[in-house]
Design a protein around this ligand. Structure first.
Ligand code: ATP
Ligand code: MG
Ligand code: MG
Ligand code: MG
Length: 563
């Protein structure tokens, strides 16, 4: 491709909406553009990278014996009702109706759809194991889309589903996918860790997450330096202290407070959107003060709360509402700790009017942090609070756990029979008896992987693509296209590289050399050939993006260097 024809709208300025390197650089390098929040268009260079990542993943999936299909993004409600997830999935699901009022969603994942695909036609144990996958657009109406491709509302996922006749088979399929994932991410040039995860919305068996290491990662990973233990912080039940960007100096102490539940747990339990928390009620349960911000029917909520806390009814006591009458404006939703120690309560009450999207303490069931000066946190947003580990022990060897941040680029799940039960998907075993498929599901965020690669591989000048996913391998830059010898040599090299099957772009634009170098560095093409003054002697300059060294070489040496 000649850059004079290319649609590559690079930006000199850092777009103000972009906070992290990958978001900034992918925009600046003209690789993508935002359509609306969390929805992006992929431009020629960016699309090539996506295709490269897809091709790597495809290769490893095929090698592992998985077969590619393509399913629709539109999914009927009925299938999700069979699994019970239509209600469970909550506001993250994009829902729509057709002209007849029939309900659909835009698929956030495809367990139901793949189970439905095979349930009437995959009939015999002889056909098992079976593994099918797709690379397809997924939709999740994320509460807080951000960081560009990292957390978007429309994104590309590779999702695979395995069907086995028994648990042993599922374990083998799971390990095969694990290996395929490791190979895929290695080939993408990522530094990653595999950690134990929670199955969450997918199932209830084992799960592992593939985390690209990065300080801007939204996931925290707890790992042991003395043994091979590693898990998400949630799975490892790491206890956190909460620290905001605002300084605070109060003494912290972790205290055991039975009945303390995290906000997340409560939101899940009451099955409501956090933004529906509009009314604060303070309860006393046993010795603890529990602040609950709930909408709607108080009596019903109290019953739910009693069930949830698992206490006798008389132990839940509604506290004086007077000092919380000021709650006129819980702007973004819930404001404040669900389980909170008495020490903190007064402060919270007096400030609650101004609180906004705020969480503190109670980051672990039955625990919270004592002596927190809530004033420091007012106005801070949940996601921006820095979590500081209080210290936890490795469940395997008791050593101190280390904490790092990671980007979840892949996730594998042992589903068991969750979906084959729900959707009644059976095959006939050796004895002609109907059995439920034992399933697994496996996801890779293709577009998130692209962002993770940029996070791990960039400098102040721009992206440094690993060769395996680079939009082009080589960029030939003609310093002065007005000089015939330069133009000629550049063109010749370009054609010859193309003949050899090398993916090359030719910067033949009538731009200043500075502009060309800046763009080349920004878009991160790994191998660079510069055709300048020495063209008349058949000499060009060769360099590798991200490395200092530049060497003058003869034209025919170019081919040895770009192999
Ligand atoms: P997260 O914890 O980041 O919300 P998830 O656990 O909900 O992700 P999965 O359901 O496991 O995601 O989906 C499989 C993969 O799809 C993830 O590992 C991730 O790489 C990718 N993915 C999930 N949500 C998004 C998103 N909003 N934007 C981009 N990629 C995503
Ligand atoms: Mg999610
Ligand atoms: Mg996750
Ligand atoms: Mg996941």
């Amino acid at each position: 491709m000649k850059m004079s024809n290319m649609y590559m709208p690079t930006l000199r300025e850092v777009p103000s909406e972009a906070e992290i390197a990958s978001h900034q650089l992918l925009l600046r390098a003209g690789m993508m553009r935002k359509l609306v929040s969390g929805v992006y268009s992929y431009l020629p260079l960016g699309f090539r990278v996506i295709n490269k990542i897809e091709q790597i993943v495809r290769g490893e999936m095929d090698r592992a014996g998985s077969q590619e299909v393509l399913m629709s993004a539109i999914q009927p409600k009925e299938l999700w009702e069979e699994s019970g997830r239509w209600a469970d999935f909550g506001p993250e699901m994009f829902r729509l109706n057709d002209r007849h009022g029939r309900e659909f969603c835009l698929g956030p994942t495809h367990e139901e759809i793949f189970t439905d695909l095979i349930r009437n036609e995959l009939k015999s144990y002889k056909q098992l194991p079976m593994n099918i996958y797709q690379i397809q657009t997924k939709y999740r109406d994320e509460k807080r889309p951000r960081f560009g491709l990292m957390r978007s509302r429309e994104f590309i996922m590779k999702d695979a589903y395995s069907f086995d006749k028994d648990l042993e088979g599922m374990n083998t399929s799971y390990m095969d996918m694990w290996k395929a994932y490791e190979k895929s991410f290695e080939r993408c040039g990522l530094d990653f860790r595999v950690v134990e995860g929670d199955a969450g919305a997918m199932g209830n068996g084992d799960s592992h997450e593939f985390m690209a290491m990065s300080d801007v990662g939204e996931s925290a990973i707890a790992y042991c330096n003395d043994c091979d233990y590693s898990a998400t912080d949630e799975k490892a039940q790491v206890v956190y202290d909460v620290k905001s960007s605002v300084n605070y100096s109060l003494e912290r102490e972790e205290v055991h407070t039975p009945n303390t539940k995290t906000i997340e747990e409560l939101v899940k339990f009451f099955n409501i959107e956090a933004s529906n928390f509009v009314k604060t009620l303070l309860y006393k349960a046993k010795e603890d003060i529990i602040a609950v911000l709930l909408p709607g029917d108080r009596e019903l909520n109290e019953t739910k709360l009693i069930n949830y806390l698992n206490i006798p009814e008389h132990e839940l006591e509604l506290l004086d509402e007077d000092n919380i009458k000021k709650v006129t404006r819980a702007e973004v939703g819930f404001a404040g700790p669900i389980g909170i120690h008495q020490d903190v309560r007064i402060l919270m009450d007096s400030r609650i009017k101004d609180m906004k999207n705020f969480i503190i303490g109670a980051n672990k069931t039955d625990y919270h942090i004592k002596n927190v000066n809530t004033e420091d946190f007012i106005g801070e947003e949940v996601d921006d609070l820095l979590l500081v580990k209080l210290g936890d022990k490795c469940p395997k060897c008791e050593a101190e756990l280390a904490i790092d941040r990671g980007i979840e680029v892949g996730n594998i799940f042992q589903l068991g029979t969750k979906y084959s039960d729900g959707l009644n998907a059976t095959f006939l075993d050796e004895n002609g008896k109907a059995q439920k498929f034992v399933m697994g599901s496996y996801g890779i965020g293709i577009t998130r992987t692209m962002a993770a690669i940029v996070e791990q591989s960039h400098d102040e000048k721009g992206i440094i693509w690993p060769l395996s996913v680079a939009p082009y391998h080589v960029i030939v830059t003609i310093i002065n296209p007005k000089k015939e010898d330069q133009m000629e040599l550049g063109q010749k090299l370009y054609e010859e590289l193309l003949d050899r099957g090398i993916e090359v772009i030719l910067d033949d634009r009538k731009e200043r050399p500075g502009v060309k170098f800046t763009d080349a560095e920004l878009i991160g093409i790994p191998l660079r050939v510069t055709v300048g003054r020495d063209a008349k002697d058949g000499i060009v300059e060769f360099s590798i993006r991200g490395e200092e060294e530049k060497k003058n070489i003869k034209t025919d040496e170019v081919f040895e260097n770009v192999k």
